[in-house]
Write a new protein. Sequence first.
Lengths: 145, 137
Amino acid sequence: MTVAAPSEALVREWEARPLLHGLGVTVVELGSGHACLEMARNSTNVSGVRDSINGGVQATVGEIAAHLAISTLLEPGERIEQTQDLSISYLYSARAAVTLIEARVLRHGRLTVVDVEVRVGDDGDDAGQMNAKARVTCALGRDRS
Amino acid sequence: MANDSQASNGGPSLDGDGRALNRLMGIVASSAADGRARCDVEATGDEATPSTFAITTAVDIALVRAASTTVAPPEEMNGTAELNVSYLRTPTSTAHVSCEVIGRSATSRLVEFAVADDAGEFARGRSTYAVRVRRSS
């Protein structure tokens, strides 16, 4: 998947974070108000009897995807102050070799709202099946100049 | 339905395979008994304070531990079904997660949690954890 040139620095910055590397997360798509991450199963993100991706990890990567999607819309001097609220419903255990986490900004403002879907990324009968659905609200602020 | 967040014995994910995750996130378990569980989240790497990213995972791990202390055969753990966390501010020091099972049914445990640092409470939330009855073979 092609990453637009203005986003390359943003992708490099995020993928350099130890948290993303440790969780096996890479950025596969980034556009205006939209981010898609891919998480490969590894010994860190899987912890459960049914070999599923840890639920907290799904929520965390959903939050990361939301921040990344918001980052594409930030104006100069604008920044994400904090996650204000995160709600996630788990639908089916995430056991695929590859899990996709897709975030779309629903509203951009002082409080920015992002819709996040966690889906099976493998080819096969359950390709695209939704594992979890999340809503992330973040507070934005401006740097003091 | 639901997400698996527990170890093979139906217990919490803080043991065994969860160790690498805890190290990565700076999560340290402290206690779990009688429907309550606690864990701490420390800053990792170059960060001066723990991130909400790590706290989100820590909350799930702690609530699973709290729920696990209320589940006994023939019931078994079935995974987190819902999780909601609201932040009032970002943490300024090591975060302390405290979870408590406040309600139970044949299919779920309702867990409330609070997250505090040295400056006081900065996040609260609630979760529904799914349980099921093991079928006899």
